[in-house]
Design a protein around this ligand. Structure first.
Ligand code: NAD
Length: 467
């Protein structure tokens, strides 16, 4: 099923341009051969992918350490989530692909109705730096499961991981089915000039706007997995020590560079002092007095982000942490007290290991403050034993997803749709929802031929009132 479209591509001088044109063209032609559609093909590709990932876990762990200073445990956290997703897809693909039968309303009788899941076609996946492996492969799993071809643009900020991703894809798949195109803004900009059938973007809201505008030129639908300030609300009736540990582990994983990291915490005023004392104690217990020497803690991706995050730390408000090392892009796990919504750090997504602690006494105020954020949060965390408190926040706050009494866990359950709302993103994936995202729900109504009701044929005569 390979079609040579080289003659079209050679018109361009720039190598990258040539590579991109060629990749787009051969995938477009390959999709038209229907090779990607059958259950057997999709299953075989997912199995190949699973094996290819399993064979490279040590390499990926090493690369994550090189790119992000990621401790081994945290590297395996990312790889395990991804591996679970590919296993889930392999075991459920047949069930997902089965057409769904639905009832047929009176107007359309006699007939039978069903929904088939059709591949969209040629998909583009754009990957950020913070979970460079999982955020390349998790959408890929869904796109393959749904029968599409895929071009992946890995992050230019994680060269070690991106090199393995490209090598893996090259040795596992034919380029007319799945291909990696490496490069920075220029490569993305060029890719976006082409017409895709779907673009899946994970990254910042600012770039999300660029992606959506470029997609609009071709009327290409997009999925945007963005960020935002995810709030955490800690009620006075919570299990304090457990809450502190679960918040800090979600915050300091990957040195705070997690899209759903708890961005800041609202603590009930009655337990604020106890919360701060416990948080300080745990940070020292986990990372020591000299956290740069800890082997359980990562680094900031680059100088630009190191400077951005460092500048958000008001020294007089640090109760633990605050140490910086520019050479290593190291920012210590840091907790800030006496922060209000007016502080600079409350104006944008922190995306680093700095946790501002705010206090509250009235739940209504918290809800109002969260509603005032420039974006609806991607995640919200609630620590309480009180169901009314919990449900009030869930009902009132517009946000992507919620984890009650822990952090991040809603994103590692493949049975929950993961995504944002409003400016934290559009569309949701993981597990079956990835398959649905990359499929078109094609409705099919098969009308019966054994009966022909003349009601809809002219002359209409007096057949007016059908109600
Ligand atoms: P980013 O938006 O800077 O980059 C993402 C991708 O877009 C990269 O592949 C990059 O090459 C490309 N890109 C960057 N600038 C571009 C431009 N001007 N034109 C075209 N393409 C461009 O994001 P990042 O800094 O790599 O990642 C951090 C952000 O991603 C945070 O805001 C975080 O919250 C978000 N994020 C969201 C999720 C999620 O699942 N919702 C997951 C991880 C990260």
């Amino acid at each position: 099923g390979k079609v040579n479209t080289r003659s079209e591509a050679v018109k361009c001088e720039n190598t990258n341009t040539l590579e991109i044109n060629y990749a787009v063209n051969i995938q477009r032609e390959y999709f038209k051969t229907d090779a990607t559609v059958s259950y057997e093909f999709r299953l075989a590709q997912l199995k190949k992918l699973k094996q290819a990932i399993a064979q490279r876990t040590e390499q990926f762990a090493e690369a994550l350490h090189q790119d992000l200073g990621r401790p081994e445990f945290e590297a395996y956290f990312e790889l395990t989530v991804l591996y679970d997703d590919v296993k889930d897809a392999i075991s459920n693909l047949k069930k997902w692909m089965k057409p769904t039968k639905v009832t047929t309303g009176l107007m359309a009788q006699p007939g039978r109705s069903r929904i088939e899941h059709a591949p969209l076609g040629n998909v583009l996946i754009l990957v950020p730096y913070n979970y460079p492996v999982a955020l390349a492969f998790q959408p890929l799993i869904g796109a393959i499961a749904a029968g599409n071809t895929v071009i992946i643009k890995p992050s230019e900020h994680t060269p070690a991981c991106s090199a393995i991703i490209s090598e893996l894809l090259k040795t596992t798949f034919d380029a007319d089915f799945v291909k990696s195109i490496e490069g920075g803004i220029e490569a993305t900009t060029e890719l976006l000039e082409h017409k895709f059938d779907h673009i899946f973007f994970t990254g910042s809201a600012a770039v999300g706007k660029i992606i959506m505008a470029a997609a609009a030129k071709h009327l290409t639908p997009v999925t945007l997995e963005l960020g935002g300030k995810s709030p955490t609300i800690v009620n006075k009736d919570c299990n304090l020590e457990q809450a502190v540990k679960r918040i800090l582990s979600g915050k300091f994983l990957n040195a705070g560079q997690t899209c759903i990291a708890p961005d800041h915490v609202y603590v009930h005023q009655d337990i604020k002092q106890a919360f701060l004392a416990k948080a300080k104690e745990i940070v020292l217990q986990w990372y020591g007095e000299d956290p740069i020497a800890s082997s359980d803690y990562g680094r900031i991706i680059n100088t630009r982000h190191f400077q951005r995050i460092s500048s958000l730390i008001p020294k007089d408000k640090v109760i633990v942490g605050g140490q910086l090392n520019a050479k290593q892009n190291f920012i210590a796990p840091t907790i800030l007290q006496d922060i209000t919504v007016a502080d600079e750090i409350m104006q944008e997504e922190i995306f680093g290991p700095v946790l501002p602690v705010l206090e509250f006494s009235d739940l209504k105020d918290v809800c109002q403050q969260i509603e005032k954020l420039p974006q609806h949060p991607l995640a919200m965390y609630i620590f309480t034993q009180n169901k009314v408190f919990e449900q009030t926040l869930i009902s009132k706050v517009r946000c992507g997803g919620v984890n009650v009494n822990s952090t991040l866990m809603h994103a590692v359950n493949p049975h929950l749709p993961f995504g944002g709302v409003g400016q934290s993103g559009m569309g949701a994936y993981h597990g079956k929802y990835s398959f649905e995202l990359f499929s078109h729900k094609k409705c099919v109504l098969k009308s019966a031929t054994w009966l022909d009701i003349p009601l809809r044929y002219a002359p209409y005569g007096t057949k007016v009132n059908l109600l």
